[in-house]
Design a protein around this ligand. Structure first.
Ligand SMILES: NC(=O)c1ccc[n+]([C@@H]2O[C@H](COP(=O)([O-])OP(=O)(O)OC[C@H]3O[C@@H](n4cnc5c(N)ncnc54)[C@H](O)[C@@H]3O)[C@@H](O)[C@H]2O)c1
Length: 447
């Protein structure tokens, strides 16, 4: 992506209509007269509350629009909002439909965050990209591979700066882990074990019945591109949607995307060429409450030729440490994390913890470790936009292949025990043709 060229073009395009606009050092136009990037936030009740606050905390931003299908979230009474209804962003315009928000004030918006349930990441993010907005989208990028690939290519085409919300990637712990692996401290990596104890699955039958939709909720907008479904109180909205195939991606999509990130990025991996899941038979409705997924990644200069990768979740995670995982059998594994097994030792990276090395002699090779600095994941994106250059670390060029890796595991969970062969160049399952319907776009309601 040639951002400098984009900046120049935007500068030329905007210079005829300069009055009232502020030109940033990069040549980008900020819509606010004071030069701040004007932000709009879609999905503000859960993680979106944090995303909005973090973006608002940057000195060169200003919140101008909030959008949420739930009036309670819009008014500061959402799941994670501690404002008790107090207006946190006075002056920000409020909407329940992001399409109406863009129609009403697109010209005033520079940057957008999307923190809705996974199935809405694609339509909301796509709309923002097509309007030339820079976008911060929560993880996983989408709950469908075709959508992730399209967001990546569209972001390139529209030359917008993007970031996916895997904020741990910017932590000192994760950056240090990458630094040590890349410095060759434990040699090439032959095996990755990744796990989470969490259970974002559901093994039962479809929820029955229908409850009245609360007056504060626009259920049609909540469903968006997902198939028609009755509103059932306490299910789906809020948070619970993660358990169901039409909306989320289970524990693999929820925690796996964070935990895959460090080995995937550090080892320069591309999406896998096959995936195989060990789990219950599919119900076509909920994700399995526990599963093991083996993924076949092509080796890279940072891995051995026989490189392999296994994910464990629910009660399968952490894996039983019998001493064959690369760390001593008496080492209690954290509830979520990763082990990198190298030619010259292993690294245990607990989720949100710093790296530990085995055997102890690995530490003898650590002379003055050069620990990387913490990066603010949101500023990493905002500062790139302001400068008109730079590459946010979880930009869609990185986030889409990472998401694809996780989603292949989700597709494999529909065919337990079978190896799903994946043609990365064509984006197709080659051995089970019908599986490609789970790769394709979902928009059965013609939303
Ligand atoms: N990066 C992290 O650490 C982290 C942590 C938690 C959640 N997340 C991600 O954040 C996203 C939201 O998760 P959550 O736990 O906050 O879910 P949630 O259900 O608690 O909150 C979602 C919010 O989006 C609103 N919403 C739903 N559909 C919408 C639509 N079409 N338009 C506008 N608003 C809509 C809901 O009303 C609600 O306020 C997910 O993608 C999740 O994976 C990331």
């Amino acid at each position: 992506m040639n951002h400098q060229e984009t900046s120049r073009r935007k500068f030329i395009r905007s210079s005829s209509a300069l009055a009232g606009f502020y030109i940033l050092p990069s040549g980008l136009r900020a819509n606010s007269p004071n030069g701040r990037l004007q932000s709009a936030h879609i999905g503000v009740g859960g993680k979106g509350s944090v995303d909005t606050a973090q973006i608002a905390a940057h000195p060169n931003t200003q919140v101008v629009a909030l959008c949420d299908v739930d009036r309670n979230s819009l008014d500061g009474r959402g799941r994670k909002q501690k404002t008790n209804g107090k207006e946190r962003y006075p002056g920000a315009k409020k909407f329940q439909d992001y399409r109406e928000m863009f129609a009403a004030m697109s010209e005033k918006i520079d940057i957008v965050s999307v923190s809705t349930p996974d199935h809405t990441h694609y339509p909301a993010t796509m709309k923002a990209i097509e309007l030339g907005k820079h976008v911060y989208t929560q993880k996983p990028l989408t709950n469908n591979i075709a959508e992730a690939r399209t967001l990546m290519t569209s972001a390139r085409k529209h030359k917008v700066f993007t970031q996916m919300g895997i904020q741990n990637q910017s932590s000192i712990a994760y950056r240090t882990a990458t630094h040590f692996i890349r410095s060759g401290l434990i040699g090439k990596i032959s095996k990755v074990h990744v796990w989470s104890f969490k259970n974002w699955g559901y093994d039962g039958p479809p929820h029955k019945g229908e409850d009245p939709v609360p007056a504060n909720l626009d259920w049609n907008m909540w469903l968006g591109t997902a198939p028609e479904r009755s509103f059932v109180k306490g299910k789906y909205h809020t948070m619970d949607w993660r358990r169901y195939m039409d909306f989320g991606c289970g524990t693999l999509g929820d925690m796996g995307i964070h935990i895959f990130d460090r080995p995937f990025g550090t080892l320069d991996l591309k999406p896998p060429t096959w995936a195989k899941a060990t789990c219950r038979a599919t119900t076509g409705y909920g994700l399995p409450t526990k599963m093991i997924v083996d993924l076949g990644f092509k080796s890279t200069p940072r891995t051995t030729d026989n490189f392999s990768w296994t994910w464990y979740d629910g009660t399968y995670g952490p894996p039983e440490n019998d001493g064959n995982l690369g760390v001593p059998a008496d080492k209690k594994l954290p509830k979520q994390g990763a082990i990198f097994v190298g030619e010259g030792g292993s690294m245990l990276l607990g989720h949100i913890n710093g790296p530990l090395f085995f055997p102890g002699s690995v530490y003898d090779k650590l002379k003055k470790p050069d620990i990387p600095k913490k990066v603010n994941h949101y500023s990493n994106w905002i500062d790139s936009i302001l400068a008109g250059k730079g590459e946010p670390t979880a930009r869609f060029d990185y986030a889409a292949p990472l998401t694809e890796s996780v989603l292949l595991g989700v597709i494999a969970s529909r065919y337990p025990g079978k190896k799903i062969e994946w043609n990365t160049a064509e984006g197709k399952v080659t051995n089970i043709k019908e599986a490609n319907k789970y790769v394709a776009f979902q928009n059965t309601r013609n939303f």
